[in-house]
Write a protein that binds this ligand. Structure first.
Ligand code: HEC
Length: 145
């Protein structure tokens, strides 16, 4: 009887860790992507601090950031909050959550369009709006620890 209980306990433990491990790859990939996005927007920010804007530097950074954000939308499968800082509220409000990624993604498209037009006012406005999306989503959907 006791041996049987232990066996059941062990099986439960094994299956729980299998479930938790299921999303380890997505979690690692999205966290890496966020680090990459962070570095990319830092470079963009620096690029806009220059006396004379180098649109050839800005354009590929904006395109890269756009692609990273698009990928992020695929890396939040339901139930992947454990062992990450994603809040479970994400899946209760999935449309709103994804809407923030869409708005963010759109800003990087606007920056690359502004780069074609060499319109620094429009580009700066889009970058400000992008940073506001980072903050707003973190306040709502990222846990503090
Ligand atoms: C739609 C929501 C959303 C948007 C928009 C967003 N983030 Fe995040 N971010 C998150 C969530 C949720 C996490 C926690 C992810 C996890 O732990 O798996 C996170 C984590 C991070 C991390 C920590 C990654 C790590 O190594 O654990 C960084 C850095 C980051 N975000 C940067 C940014 C930047 C920069 C922007 C804007 C350009 C941004 N994020 C926009 C939701 C968002």
């Amino acid at each position: 009887m006791e041996a049987e209980m232990k066996k059941i306990g062990l099986i439960t433990l094994l299956s729980l860790s299998a479930v938790a491990a299921d999303y380890a790859q997505e979690i690692e990939a999205r966290q890496d992507n966020f680090q990459y996005l962070d570095a990319t927007v830092d470079l963009l920010d620096d690029a806009f601090d220059k006396e004379v804007l180098d649109w050839n530097e800005i354009m590929p950074l904006a395109q890269s950031a756009h692609l990273t954000v698009e990928e992020q939308k695929t890396l939040f499968p339901e139930g992947s909050a454990d062992n990450s800082r994603a809040r479970t509220k994400i899946w209760a409000q999935k449309a709103e959550f994804e809407g923030k990624f869409d708005t963010l993604s759109q800003q990087f498209i606007l920056i690359s369009e502004a780069a074609v037009e060499q319109d620094d006012v429009a580009a700066r406005a889009a970058l400000d709006k992008a940073f506001a999306q980072c903050r707003s989503c973190h306040m709502n959907y990222r846990s503090l620890w």
